[in-house]
Design a protein around this ligand. Structure first.
Ligand SMILES: NC(=O)C1=CN([C@@H]2O[C@H](COP(=O)(O)OP(=O)(O)OC[C@H]3O[C@@H](n4cnc5c(N)ncnc54)[C@H](OP(=O)(O)O)[C@@H]3O)[C@@H](O)[C@H]2O)C=CC1
Ligand SMILES: CC(C)(CO)C(=O)C(=O)O
Length: 307
C-alpha cells in the first residue's frame, strides 16, 4: 500500500515508521531541521515495544513531489490543518483515503471542506509519542492504537487494506462502523485529561485523588457529553461517570500531550479542545463554564513561549 504521512511527528513519525518497517511504501512530509535529519540519517523510533531505525526514508517538504497515494495518514497539530490539507490535494486520486489521527472533533469537517467528503475516513489514535530531536520519535508506554472507519460504517477496500497494513506493522488496530461516536468518546476523555492536567500542571494521579479536582474533571467531561448529545451524538447521559471510572484505571503518571506542550513552552491545541466545546455549547444552548475556565485561563499560554 502506498501511504503518505502528512506531518512526521509523534503520530505520523511513529505509525509511519511501523508501516514502512513492515515493507509498505511510505513517503513522509516534514520540514525544518527534522526534514534535514530525516534526509541525512533516516528515521529513528525509540519505543518500549522495540526501537527502529530506517536509515533511508522517502521524505520531502513538498507533498506534490510524492504523486498520488492510496492513503494519507494526516498528523499535524490542529493549527496547521488548513494549510496541510491544501498541500495534500495533489496526493489524491479516485479512492484515496485521508485519515486524520489528530485530536478534536472539528478536524474532519475541515478536511471534508478542502478535500471533499469522499476522501475523508474517520480516525482516532491512542499513544503518547513525541519528536525527541531531529529525526527521532520517542514513544512512552506501550499503548499504540489506531481506530478508523468510513463515516457511513461500510468496510471499504481502502479501510481493509489500511487495517491489514497496520497489522503488518504490529500496530494495535481496530476498524469501527461507528467512527463518529468513537471520535467523540475519545474527545470526552481528552478534553477532561488535557484541561485538568494543563490547569493543574500535574499528571492525572493527584487530580483524580483530590475530591474537588476530581469533581471538576467529572464536570468538564460532563459538559462535553451534554454538547455531544445536543448535537445528536448518541453518548449515554452518564458517560462522564463511565470516563471517570476509566480514569481510575490509568497510570497515575499519565498526562496529556497538551500538558507536555505547556511544559515545553509549545503552542497549545486548547482552542480546538475546551475552546471548541465552549463554541458548540454557545450555539446549542448548553452551559460550559468549566471548559470556559480552561480555555480562558490557558489562553495565556496558547501561543507558546515564542508566541
Ligand atoms: N503525540 C501524541 O501522543 C498524540 C497526538 N495526537 C494528536 O495528533 C496530532 C498531531 O500531534 P503530534 O504528532 O504530537 O504533533 P507533532 O508536532 O509531533 O508533529 C507534527 C509534525 O508535522 C509537521 N508539520 C506541520 N505542518 C507541516 C507542513 N505543512 N509541512 C511539513 N511538516 C509539517 C510539524 O512541523 P513543526 O514542528 O515545524 O511545526 C511537526 O513536525 C495533534 O492533533 C495531537 O493532538 C493524538 C494522540 C496522541
Ligand atoms: C490521551 C492521549 C495521550 C491518548 O492518546 C492523547 O491523545 C493526548 O494526550 O493527546
Amino acid at each position: 500500500m502506498r501511504i503518505a504521512v502528512m506531518g512526521t511527528g509523534g503520530i505520523g513519525g511513529y505509525f509511519g515508521a511501523r508501516l514502512a518497517h513492515a515493507g509498505h511504501e511510505v513517503a513522509f512530509v516534514a520540514r525544518g531541521a527534522h526534514l534535514e535529519a530525516l534526509r541525512t540519517s533516516g528515521l529513528r523510533v525509540e519505543s518500549p515495544l522495540g526501537d527502529l531505525h530506517l536509515p533511508r526514508v522517502e521524505v520531502t517538504a513538498e507533498p506534490a513531489e510524492i504523486g498520488t497515494v492510496d492513503l494519507v495518514l494526516f498528523g499535524v497539530k490542529l493549527w496547521d490543518t488548513v494549510q496541510a490539507a491544501e498541500s495534500v490535494k495533489p496526493l489524491i486520486k479516485n479512492g484515496t483515503g485521508v485519515v486524520s489521527f489528530q485530536n478534536g472533533v472539528v478536524k474532519d469537517d475541515i478536511l471534508r471542506e478542502i478535500l471533499g467528503p469522499e476522501a475523508v475516513v474517520g480516525g482516532a489514535s491512542y499513544i503518547a509519542s513525541t519528536i525527541a530531536g531531529p529525526g527521532l520519535i520517542r514513544h512512552t508506554g506501550t499503548l499504540q492504537k489506531l481506530v478508523f472507519g468510513e463515516y457511513d460504517g461500510t468496510l471499504t477496500p481502502r479501510v481493509r487494506r489500511f487495517r491489514d497494513a497496520c497489522h503488518d506493522g504490529g500496530i494495535d488496530v481496530e476498524v469501527s462502523d461507528r467512527i463518529e461516536q468513537v471520535i467523540w468518546e475519545k474527545f470526552v476523555f481528552l478534553v477532561g485529561l488535557s484541561g485538568t492536567t494543563g490547569l493543574a500542571r500535574s499528571p492525572i494521579g493527584p487530580i483524580r485523588d483530590h475530591e474537588r479536582s476530581r469533581a471538576f474533571l467529572h464536570d468538564v467531561m460532563d459538559e462535553v457529553v451534554r454538547v455531544a448529545r445536543a448535537q445528536g451524538v448518541p453518548l449515554p447521559a452518564d458517560y462522564a461517570d463511565d470516563r471517570l471510572a476509566f480514569v481510575d484505571t490509568v497510570s497515575a503518571e499519565m498526562t496529556s500531550s497538551l500538558h507536555n506542550d505547556l511544559e515545553r513552552g509549545n503552542r497549545l491545541e486548547v482552542a480546538w479542545l475546551s475552546g471548541d466545546v465552549v463554541e458548540r455549547g454557545a450555539r446549542l444552548g448548553v452551559p460550559t463554564p468549566c471548559n470556559r475556565a480552561i480555555n480562558d485561563i490557558l489562553s495565556v499560554h496558547s501561543e507558546g513561549r515564542a508566541g
